[in-house]
Write a protein that binds this ligand. Structure first.
Ligand SMILES: NC(=O)c1ccc[n+]([C@@H]2O[C@H](COP(=O)([O-])OP(=O)(O)OC[C@H]3O[C@@H](n4cnc5c(N)ncnc54)[C@H](OP(=O)(O)O)[C@@H]3O)[C@@H](O)[C@H]2O)c1
Length: 262
């Protein structure tokens, strides 16, 4: 073996060793701002489903994570991540106010309005329960509006200035070719409209605000037949979020980097 091929071999071994030894929770470039400081993400509904996977992945990537849960006492999986846990019911003004007080002076770079629900009897317009429709609008539409407004001072203090609302393909009017899902569809279409206004009204301050479809994912809401596992959906969404620029503000993004029709 020549000395050159020995050097090449040693270089290859060093690369393989570095790849193997990189700890899962190493801080990635994505997790720090231009000054090298860790970024902070707040994720609503982080105790299970997509929110928990967001918390898991951002935490592993070295972000400071604030995860909210309606019932922190039972949010065991979220607690086990060692992230900051805050109580929050997005449909309860008092709960939102308490969170705001708790987080005073905490800059937030990225807000992910993930918490959401589906009204299960929404498939049949003639029998659906209007209380359920009101509830889904309160959680999926007014909730993100309430949380975003409450956290604007924190977001203004952060450098990232990114707001992501988890919407749904079911909120697309153009893609609605089957009907049903009364209540849920309207709640996400209205969320999309809220985001568009927010985007216009915060662009001068440097905010990037998007709605995002996570795909159909195997969570309690998505069910076991769904296309994607949470890891795939969240990895895709994190990649999209990381690549956003202010020119993307007001858009309807998909987990896989495509743009969804309104
Ligand atoms: N899974 C899918 O295929 C799919 C597709 C399109 C869009 N989405 C959207 O993705 C988001 C996450 O869905 P998921 O699949 O992860 O659902 P999930 O497994 O049912 O989890 C929903 C999360 O939202 C929380 N939540 C519900 N109501 C809340 C409230 N009033 N205040 C605060 N938190 C509340 C839940 O907390 P509790 O544990 O306390 O109930 C839970 O943490 C939702 O916005 C959903 O509409 C999901």
């Amino acid at each position: 073996m020549t000395s050159r091929s020995v050097r090449t071999l040693l270089t290859m071994l060093a690369v393989v060793a570095a790849m193997t030894l990189t700890p899962i929770n190493s801080v990635t470039a994505e997790a720090t701002d231009h000054d090298g400081e860790a970024r902070t993400v707040l994720i609503t509904g982080a105790n299970r489903g997509l929110g928990l996977e967001f918390a898991r992945q951002y935490s592993a990537a070295g972000w400071k994570v604030i995860g909210t849960a309606r019932k922190p006492a039972t949010a065991t999986a979220l607690k086990d991540l060692g992230v900051r846990l805050v109580q929050l019911d997005v449909a309860d003004a008092a709960s939102v106010a308490a969170m705001t007080a708790d987080l005073a002076d905490t800059p937030i770079d990225l807000l992910i309005n993930n918490a959401g629900m589906a009204n299960r009897d929404g498939m049949d317009f003639e029998t659906m329960d209007f209380d359920g429709v009101e509830r889904v609008l309160a959680v999926n539409t007014i909730g993100p509006m309430r949380v975003t407004r409450a956290l604007l001072p924190n977001l203004r203090a952060g450098k990232g200035k990114q707001i992501v609302h988890i919407s749904s393909g079911l909120g697309s009017i153009e893609e609605n070719t089957s009907g049903g899902y009364y209540g849920y569809r309207e709640s996400k279409a209205a969320l999309n409209m809220f985001n568009r206004s927010l985007a216009w009204n915060t662009k001068d301050e440097g905010f990037t605000c998007v709605v995002m479809s996570p795909g159909w994912v195997r969570t309690d809401m998505g069910g076991p037949e769904a296309d994607l596992n949470p890891e795939e959906s969240i990895s895709g969404m994190r990649k999209v979020i990381d690549g956003l620029t202010i020119e993307d503000t007001g858009t309807f993004q998909s987990w896989n980097g495509t743009i969804r029709a309104w």
